[in-house]
Write a protein that binds this ligand. Structure first.
Ligand SMILES: C[S@@+](CC[C@H](N)C(=O)[O-])C[C@H]1O[C@@H](n2cnc3c(N)ncnc32)[C@H](O)[C@@H]1O
Length: 363
């Protein structure tokens, strides 16, 4: 059997009812944990694919590297509970290095995130590079952890050979550009002549969009995961890197028509994370004054929309505006949300400290 688009579509049909039941509950949880200041960094599509794969393939041993505050864990625990395999047979191990999240013990944070607890679920605190050695080989593995090159090299060498069936690896490539991380580079180099399925490409197909229409949005962000199969053949679906913003170095002067084209792409469903940053970079590198103004206003708009859950986007955008001399933008942001001033002062302080630190190292 080959894992292909058709297979995934069939799974969506088969488990649609279950997804219709759990997605509203996950949405509630997402809103709650975000308001409490805990992170969730898993897109809706990634979560659903993970859910249906666990339901269908019934893996006995599952690794989650890493859960952070437990948002991706929700999908996995719900699926494993539904599988109803014997407790002895089926286990989900979540490997997380941080003992505390926002000063709260990790176990409490994850238990607060989950909709239901599971007798199959075990959280292991420590460096996954060591702790995973102590557990049986996984059938299915989620990797969403450290994004540095050494970590990618580690799991290619030490985890991939142990996976019996399939892996979903997050933060690797969108449908049109790869993630700018050492991990993404190392992994995509490794996979250059191997098959993998880019879920970012699959997500954009009308057939999938229609299957998912009845699920409420949860974390409505573009997918940047890939599926790698270790047992069966997998359809080779790779992204094409047609970068509309000139290879993301934002150096090109853009005409209004080109800007319109970019906007149409960027604002296409679902949202792209940190769109305010993209617009800020476009403004910074645009030579035309009118374009600059339009881009800065767009950056403000997207930062406001991202600030629904926390103020990080507004704080960072005002810090960057100040740093690069866009005083009007800075003042606009302060008027919109005066409380960000403390965050901006903290960022300035941290920048000074780190530049002193690096100056010391370099000497
Ligand atoms: C992007 S977050 C995971 C997000 C999570 N899957 C979700 O859905 O919200 C990455 C996590 O990897 C953890 N991490 C980084 N290096 C690690 C390591 N060596 N071992 C275990 N966990 C690690 C970080 O502490 C962080 O919580």
């Amino acid at each position: 059997m080959t894992i292909n688009e058709n297979y995934l579509l069939k799974l969506y049909s088969k488990y649609k009812k279950e997804l219709e039941e759990i997605t509203p509950l996950i949405r509630k949880k997402f809103l709650k944990i975000s308001q409490q200041g805990f992170r969730a960094t898993f897109s809706d599509f990634e979560g659903e694919v993970l859910y249906v794969l666990i339901r269908e393939r019934k893996p006995e041993i599952i690794y989650e590297i890493s859960p952070d505050c437990g948002y991706s864990t929700i999908y996995m625990v719900e699926a494993i509970n539904k599988n109803n395999l014997s407790k002895k047979k089926s286990k989900l191990y979540s490997f997380e290095i941080e003992k505390y999240k926002n000063s709260e013990p990790l176990l409490r944070v994850i238990n607060n995130t989950l909709i239901n607890q599971s007798p199959h679920h075990k959280i292991i605190i420590g460096d996954a590079m060591n702790t995973t050695k102590n557990y049986p080989n996984p059938d299915l593995c989620l990797i969403d952890s450290n994004h540095e090159a050494f970590f990618g090299q580690w799991y290619i060498k030490h985890i991939f050979p142990r996976i019996n069936d399939i892996a979903l690896i997050q933060d690797i490539t969108f449908y049109d550009r790869r993630e700018y991380s050492g991990e993404a580079k190392v992994l995509l180099d490794f996979l250059k002549n191997r098959n993998y399925m880019s879920l970012g490409v699959v997500e954009r197909k009308d057939s999938f969009y229609m299957k998912r229409e009845s699920f409420p949005n949860r974390r409505f962000y573009e997918t940047n995961s890939i599926l790698v199969s270790f047992k069966e053949k997998i359809q080779n679906i790779k992204p094409t890197y047609k970068d509309l913003t000139n290879d993301n170095d934002f150096s090109k002067h853009l005409t209004h028509e080109e800007i319109y084209k970019i906007e149409k792409k960027l604002e296409f469903f679902p949202r792209r994370q940190n769109l305010w940053r993209t617009y800020f970079l476009l403004a910074k590198n645009s030579e035309c004054k009118i374009d600059k103004k339009v881009f800065l206003n767009k950056a403000i708009g997207h930062a406001i929309s991202e600030s629904n859950f926390n103020l990080k986007s507004l704080k960072h955008l005002s810090f960057l505006s100040l740093r690069f001399g866009y005083l009007k933008t800075f003042i606009k942001l302060l008027i919109i949300e005066p409380s960000i001033i403390f965050g901006v002062i903290k960022l300035i302080w941290l920048t000074i400290l780190s530049s002193k630190f690096f100056a010391k190292i370099n000497n």
